[in-house]
Ligand binder design. Sequence first.
Ligand SMILES: Cc1ncc(COP(=O)(O)O)c(C=O)c1O
Length: 357
Amino acid sequence: MSLVKKLVRPEIQEQTSYHVPDATNLVKLDAMENPYALPETLKTELGAHLAQVALNRYPVPTYRPLKQKICQKFGVPSGFDVVLGNGSDELISMLSIVCAKPGATVVAPVPTFVMYAISAQLAGLQFVGVPLRADLSLDLPAMLAAIAQHKPALVYLANPNNPTGTWLSEDDVTQVLHAMKDIGFVVLDEAYQTFAPGTSMARLPEFSNLIVMRTASKIGLAGLRLGYMSASGEILAQVEKVRPPYNINVLTAAAAEFLLDHLPLFDAQAAQIRAQRSEMIATLSALNGVHVFPSQANFLLIRVPNSELIFNKLLENRILVKNVGKMHGLLNNCLRVTISTPQDNQLFVAALNDALK
Ligand SMILES: Cc1ncc(COP(=O)(O)O)c(C=O)c1O
């Protein structure tokens, strides 16, 4: 038996590594990125700012100035702090490590962001998915039943959800928080908050088991790899123990601190994307054979007659979307399409029209 076969945990040997398709020369509508680059003058200023960063030094691992700015700019309630992650992906894996007691369980509605299950399984936690309803809304009774049955250490609610784009009502969120009161933590993953009608951030003082997670990725800084989450000091103190001390590199920290002083630029881009979202919903809903699910995020989930065929035809026209048709039974023949610039969106609509013929 090879050493790898003998030594590596079987559940890791069974996993496949996260696949990201090559998007060279393609119109990239597969990863919910903000399509807008920084204005030239800001790029130059940022370059000058980053040139001053001491690359020979380790970061200061408290990240105090960056954390303070995040708290101040993103409505973290007074008295609450944040923990930083190398993207929210890393925050999710930190939470898995923190809660990975033998027999512990993670619950989330499915389909949802795949890293909740992957990260749980890698840490040796059991993952239980609670199927959404056929219209992709939350099945609250099923969720409450799963909480009562499995007593999960963690419940993830992505709001808006990926890959569906659906928005959970405040009432649904509240019911889950109450049901989990003496049982476990509820992670409200607000990765797409800038495109959404609300946030649970202000509710942190109300629920001692609430964790609110956000990322800089979807506002336009996916390449920086910066996520943050807020919760009670008691929870954050434990997560800090598993955070690699220098997980945010000096260039990311410096760029984020600089760019957080330019949030109106990113807010304006988000507003453009939201306006394009409304236009795309109207345009796509008018197409024969296309069903558009409601979305409060920067992408749309659409059902087409044959997602594999349409995905390949779009690719022939240099358009890359995400075929989620095989990801879960509820997503049969579905594609997930990022809302982009008006030009990219038009290219997509024209190619989709062609593909549907
Ligand atoms: C719901 C949700 N949470 C978290 C992430 C990961 O974000 P990050 O780029 O911060 O790792 C994604 C990425 O698509 C997501 O959809």
